[in-house]
Design a protein around this ligand. Structure first.
Ligand code: B12
Length: 218
């Protein structure tokens, strides 16, 4: 999302170093420099997200400890909260949207998607983290039109099937949009678990909701 160039490469590598060494003040400095040139969403999706993914890869390769992944996630969660735009004017009650993290504890992606949708004026219920049966019950009780599900673990992604089956069994017409790492790793997975759409970013989430709300191209 960020335009390439020396400044972006430098910012990316500075951010990754600052995160891995857990120097919060340095992370703040890099983000302050980035925000002078780019929009908050560009900074989040073009810099923070890839930096966290790189930290995750370094953990997989045994180069950093899980505590570093955890702390860098916490630092980013906090700073992203400050970067996200304030809630904009609401558009009214249609479509009724809700968002949840299904069965896992990776919460940052959901938080960003939620904030972007709210900033665009959509009234989105935040269900936090839920298991599949409780999620189905809640969606039915709230008569949700669009359910956004965020997952970062493959076993959690497979649980979307349970949500779909539970909703179908009770005659619900709720549409499901999914996002998160397993769907990025396997681009066909969203169809296999019975979702109606998949988004790679918060901006995609907004585009999906707009389309289903009848605001965009079909
Ligand atoms: C930070 C992190 C953690 C932190 C989470 C902190 C927190 N509060 O969220 C901690 C340390 C707790 C953690 C723990 C674990 N983690 Co972890 N973690 C990560 C890491 C490095 C980054 C995740 C992140 O926050 N990214 C930044 C956010 C902004 O990105 P995002 O969530 O993808 O969301 C964006 C898009 O995907 C999209 N999006 C997301 N959801 C949705 C939904 C919709 C509807 C739409 C449209 C779009 C959308 O928009 C978002 C904004 O742009 C990833 C690496 C990766 N490649 O993702 C591993 C990763 C997800 N973790 C992994 C693992 C294995 C674990 C642990 C099992 C480790 C362990 N052995 O204990 C535990 C499990 C915890 C659990 N049960 O949930 C694996 C998952 C593998 C898999 N596919 O199953 C990954 C992929 C690392 C790896 N390469 O192996 N983790």
């Amino acid at each position: 999302m960020l335009r390439g160039g020396a400044d972006v490469d430098e910012l990316s590598s500075d951010l990754r170093c600052a995160l891995e060494s857990l120097e919060r003040s340095q992370v703040e400095k890099v983000l302050e420099a980035a925000i002078r040139i780019h929009s908050p969403l560009e900074v989040i999706e073009g810099l923070i997200m890839p930096a966290l993914e790189a930290v995750g890869e370094d953990w997989t390769a045994g180069k950093v400890a899980l505590s570093q992944v955890y702390m860098s996630g916490r630092i980013c969660e906090d700073l992203v909260g400050r970067l996200l735009p304030a809630v904009a004017q609401e558009r009214g009650s249609f479509p009724r949207c809700a968002i949840a993290v299904l069965c896992d504890y990776h919460l940052l992606g959901k938080r960003i998607v939620l904030s972007v949708l709210r900033a665009s004026g959509f009234n989105v219920l935040d269900y936090g983290r839920m298991e599949a049966p409780a999620l189905v019950a809640r969606v039915l009780a709230d008569q949700v039109d669009i359910l956004l599900i965020s997952v970062l673990m493959l076993p959690a992604a497979l649980k979307v099937r349970e949500v779909r089956a539970g909703l179908d069994a009770l005659g619900s017409r709720t549409r499901i949009a999914v996002g998160g790492a397993p769907f990025l790793f396997d681009p066909e997975l969203w169809r296999e678990v019975g979702a109606d759409a998949m988004g790679r970013s918060a901006a995609d989430g907004e585009a999906i909701v707009r389309r289903w709300a009848g605001e965009g191209a079909p």
